[in-house]
Design a binder for this molecule. Structure first.
Ligand SMILES: Cc1cc2nc3c(=O)[nH]c(=O)nc-3n(C[C@H](O)[C@H](O)[C@H](O)COP(=O)(O)OP(=O)(O)OC[C@H]3O[C@@H](n4cnc5c(N)ncnc54)[C@H](O)[C@@H]3O)c2cc1C
Length: 466
């Protein structure tokens, strides 16, 4: 290496958590300091290599892949500072959400809200718009107070709402396209416990009463298999009660459910029509589990060992009932059977220009399927239904949207593109997937956004392959 101070390591193959995305980077390196990150960026640029930062690879698409330098942030982890006075925590980019939440709990603090996955990194989560549920809660990117960003010229920028408000907002959900996030400061709240209640309800009750159900609940979520008529409603509410004895074991109920779904998914490869019967049999006796109380982070996340593929779209909240009705009709008519439930969550709006929750209260519809080719049709059909309802795909999940389709759905799209051009004019952080979803650097509007090498009109409008 001539232009940086570190030697670039030799490449090693990389694959995502789901196992469905792979790449062979020329260099795969795990820096342990911010200085190393900056040196590696400078070195890669000097060698004319593309760069992609990566966390734990829990995204279901090729966002993080590269044939240049893969900057693996997992060893740049840990808490820099917990500030109980200011109620915030500063962490290194590769810190896992679960580790952070457990450390905060010991310090009497908590993140206001998190998704279901403890294993992902903080930077990977904010960069893709990761969210939990609850109309009072924005995605995690909405809780970012400050961050440090290493840009293509090797500089490290300290960003917050005052220092460079536009770059700060863009970098909060930047898809790794603006540079490498090195540290993040997140808002905290006092540690809290959640009471968990589940009940079965009719599908019609969910769609008729959706607005009231999600407004009345602190953190509601709904799971429903489109070929069934009942929905499971799960409500989490803040309580001062102590954890229920033995509550810890309840974390594994969801894990066991995913293991059952994985097993049925395997059987469904050979006998697709057996999925409903097998699912009912493995679900066991109907009846909601008893309510319990536990620490928030133990309730919100659970171990997820079974590999699958997921699609999730963020809709205007009021479109959720129409989406569910339409999906029920289309998926039933198509004879699609997945053992996994569709998951419906909600969230507050966000002001990061590429946040899927940008500027609106949001309903999130998530579809999980086994990793079998036969399930792609189910993903595709679901995506088409949601797309018609002004949906924005989760940046980290499976989808086929291109910049042409996405640009009109993000009111501050052009701001993001202008900032992108300023901080990475040569497109060092743009891989093929980023070019597909954001267009090439310098494209400021949907009109010029095409896949590299693609001729105008050569693809269906706004669509690429999976
Ligand atoms: C089992 C499972 C459960 C999930 N549950 C939820 C959920 O409840 N809610 C939800 O919203 N999503 C959920 N997801 C999606 C997941 O949150 C996102 O895909 C998230 O990006 C994963 O974080 P990661 O560390 O694995 O990131 P990666 O997949 O490694 O990277 C994702 C993106 O972030 C960028 N990135 C990573 N590190 C940096 C950095 N330091 N600087 C700049 N960019 C960076 C990468 O370049 C890439 O573009 C789930 C995924 C799985 C597999």
């Amino acid at each position: 290496m001539t232009r940086g101070r570190l030697r670039l390591s030799s490449g090693a193959g990389w694959r995502s958590w789901s196992g469905t995305v792979r790449c062979a980077p020329r260099h795969h390196t795990a820096p342990t300091s911010e200085e190393q990150i900056a040196d590696l960026v400078r070195a890669a640029v000097g060698h004319g290599l593309g760069i992609r930062p990566v966390g734990t690879g829990h995204s279901f698409n090729s966002l993080a892949t590269t044939d240049g330098l893969l900057l693996d942030l997992r060893r740049y982890a840990g808490i820099v500072e917990i500030d109980p006075e200011a109620m915030c925590v500063t962490v290194r980019a590769g810190t896992r959400i679960g580790d952070l939440a457990a450390s905060l709990h010991r310090a009497g603090l908590a993140l206001p809200n998190i998704g279901t996955l403890a294993d992902q990194t903080v930077a990977g989560a904010i960069s893709t718009g990761n969210h939990g549920t609850g109309l009072l809660h924005p995605p995690l990117s909405g809780e970012v107070l400050r961050l440090r960003l290493v840009t293509a010229d090797g500089r490290t920028l300290a960003l917050d709402r005052d220092s460079d408000p536009e770059l700060f907002r863009c970098a909060r959900t930047g898809l790794g396209a603006l540079g490498v996030v090195s540290t993040v400061t997140l808002r905290c709240v006092p540690a809290f416990n959640l009471r968990v209640r589940e009940r079965a309800m009719a599908f019609e009750e969910l769609v008729e009463d959706f607005g009231r159900l999600v407004a009345d609940a602190d953190r509601p979520s709904f799971t429903w298999r489109p070929w069934q008529d009942t929905v499971t409603a799960r409500e989490l509410s803040v309580t001062h009660e102590p954890p229920t004895p033995g509550a810890y074991g309840n974390r594994y109920a969801a894990t066991m459910q995913e293991i059952r779904c994985g097993l049925v998914g395997q059987a469904g490869r050979v006998f697709p029509s057996a999925v409903p019967g097998l699912t009912r049999w493995l679900d066991g006796r109907p009846g909601a589990p008893r309510p319990f109380v536990d620490a928030a982070h133990r309730v919100l996340t659970f171990p997820q060992p079974v590999r699958f593929i997921a699609l999730e779209h963020a809709l205007p909240l009021e479109h959720v009932p129409a989406a569910l009705r339409e999906l029920r009709g289309v998926l039933r008519r198509g004879g699609f059977y997945s053992p996994y439930s569709l998951l419906v969550r909600v969230g507050a709006g966000d002001d990061a220009p590429l946040s899927p929750a940008y500027g609106r209260r949001t309903g999130y519809v998530n579809l999980t399927v086994p990793r079998t080719a036969g399930q792609l049709e189910l993903l595709r059909t679901t995506e088409y239904v949601l797309r018609e309802l002004d949906a924005r795909p989760h940046w980290g999940k499976a989808h086929t949207a291109t910049a042409e389709l996405l640009a009109p759905r993000y009111p501050e799209w052009d701001l993001f593109q202008r900032i992108r051009q300023q901080v990475d004019p040569a497109g060092v952080f743009t891989n093929d997937h980023v070019a597909r979803v954001l267009g090439p650097v310098r494209a400021t509007a949907a009109s010029s956004a095409r896949l590299p090498g693609e001729q105008a009109g050569s693809r269906t409008r706004g669509e690429a392959s999976w």
